[in-house]
Each structure stands twice: as structure tokens, then as C-alpha cells.
Design a protein around this ligand. Structure first.
Ligand SMILES: Nc1ncnc2c1ncn2[C@@H]1O[C@H](COP(=O)(O)OP(=O)(O)OP(=O)(O)O)[C@@H](O)[C@H]1O
Ligand SMILES: O=C(O)c1ccc[n+]([C@@H]2O[C@H](COP(=O)([O-])O)[C@@H](O)[C@H]2O)c1
Length: 190
């Protein structure tokens, strides 16, 4: 099966992520999207990072009503920080009948030279790159699909964490179930 892999810290998952995943499904031949929760992004600081199992739970409840979406904890069992090239090797080995594509914004794509074994990552994998403002990109190779018209929201997990700390509402920025769980569990208050 053709599967899109959407990697992220998801700290927490928000509707920007879900809109992108849905847009990728609508505009490619991918049949499923796996949301891969990275315990530790190699290029991000770990303070203010909610426990990975709590982040995974939020991804699970945000995606469970969509049968094409799945949450994945595969990187929890791999060495840290989470290097995408290593995760891809592991996933390919374990899922030989599936064909994976890595989904990423054009901002990440432009910075991919900073990632571990970037050349190998680019040559060995299919990529779906959606354009984000300020990071124009043209399809550079047959294994790279560029989606130029993704519906984009100027929101981020950082913004949501800041809103919570400031006592502001995060309604509509995250799915209702995620908002309820964050409030109920007191996540990101300090
Ligand atoms: N609003 C958005 N629209 C499109 N893509 C997004 C949006 N927010 C995040 N992404 C992309 O989704 C992927 C996973 O995101 P990540 O979990 O790092 O969230 P984030 O909102 O960027 O987090 P943070 O603010 O904590 O850095 C990354 O490739 C990121 O570029
Ligand atoms: O493999 C790497 O070197 C590498 C470097 C930076 C980021 N990544 C992956 O890309 C995902 C999204 O990263 P980011 O910075 O766009 O939020 C993150 O969860 C990591 O799995 C991977």
C-alpha cells in the first residue's frame, strides 16, 4: 500500500497538521497517512516537550475518526534523537509490501541538507513537499512531488503552547477532543 509518513513532534497536534494530511490524501495516490510522533527532533530543544506518550495520545484521539489516518510510536523504540533516515530504514525493513513517501513542508525541504545523511534520504525515498510561504520549491526529481496549493494556516504548536500558558482559548486551533484532553490534564500550563 502507498503510505504517507508525516513526521513531527506534535507538541501538540493542531488543525494545521490535519488539514495538510487531508490535502495530501486528496491530491496524491497515497492511501493512508501515518502520523509519526518523534520523541526528540534532532534540531529542536527538548524543554516544553510534553511526554511522548501524552503527545501520541493526543495524535491518536485527533485522528481516530479518520480511517485513513494512523498514529505511530515507531520512533519511541529507536535511538534518540529521531533521525528520519534511520526510521525509514527500519520501516522499510518491517513493511516490505508497503511503499512510503515522506511528507514535509518546503521550509523543512530547504533545510534538509542539515539532516542526517540528507543525500541518501533524498535519493532513497519518495517525498511529498507542500509549499509554505517564503519557501518556494520546484520539483527537483521524479521521486519528489510538490503540492503548490496546500491550504495553509499560520498556526504552530508553539503558538498553542503560548496561548495555554497565557490562559487564552485554543478552541478551533485543535480538534475539540484534543482541547478537552489538554484542559482536563492541565498540559502546557507552565
Ligand atoms: N500550520 C502549519 N501548516 C503546515 N505545516 C505545518 C504547520 N505547522 C507545522 N507544520 C509542519 O508539520 C510538521 C510537524 O510539525 P511540528 O510537530 O514540528 O509542529 P510545529 O507546529 O511546527 O511545532 P513547533 O511550533 O513546536 O515547532 C513539520 O514539518 C512542520 O513544518
Ligand atoms: O533526520 C534528521 O536529521 C532530522 C532533522 C530534523 C527533523 N527531522 C524530522 O522531521 C520532523 C519534522 O521536523 P520539523 O523541524 O519540521 O518540525 C521531525 O519530527 C523529525 O522526525 C529529522
Amino acid at each position: 500500500m502507498k503510505i504517507g509518513l508525516y513526521f513531527g513532534s506534535f507538541n501538540p497536534i493542531h488543525i494545521g497538521h490535519l488539514i495538510i494530511a487531508s490535502h495530501v490524501m486528496n491530491n496524491t495516490d497515497l492511501k493512508k497517512i501515518w502520523f509519526i510522533v518523534s520523541p526528540q527532533n534532532p534540531l529542536k530543544q527538548s524543554h516544553s516537550l510534553l511526554n511522548e506518550y501524552d503527545r501520541l495520545h493526543l495524535v491518536r484521539i485527533a485522528t481516530e475518526e479518520n480511517l485513513a489516518f494512523t498514529s505511530s510510536d515507531v520512533e519511541f523504540r529507536l535511538p534518540r534523537p529521531s533521525y528520519t533516515i534511520d526510521t525509514m530504514a527500519y520501516l522499510r525493513e518491517k513493511n516490505r509490501s508497503d511503499e512510503f513517501s515522506v511528507i514535509m513542508g518546503s521550509d523543512s525541504f530547504q533545510n534538509i541538507h542539515k539532516w542526517k545523511n540528507a543525500d541518501k534520504l533524498l535519493s532513497q525515498n519518495n517525498l511529498v513537499v507542500y509549499t509554505r510561504p517564503g519557501f518556494e520549491v520546484e520539483s527537483a526529481a521524479p521521486n519528489i512531488t510538490v503540492l503548490a496549493d496546500a491550504p495553509l494556516l499560520q498556526i504552530s504548536s508553539t503558538m498553542i503552547r503560548n496561548y495555554i500558558r497565557q490562559g487564552k482559548s485554543i478552541k478551533y486551533l485543535v480538534p475539540d477532543v484534543v482541547e478537552k484532553e489538554i484542559i482536563h490534564s492541565g498540559y502546557y500550563r507552565k
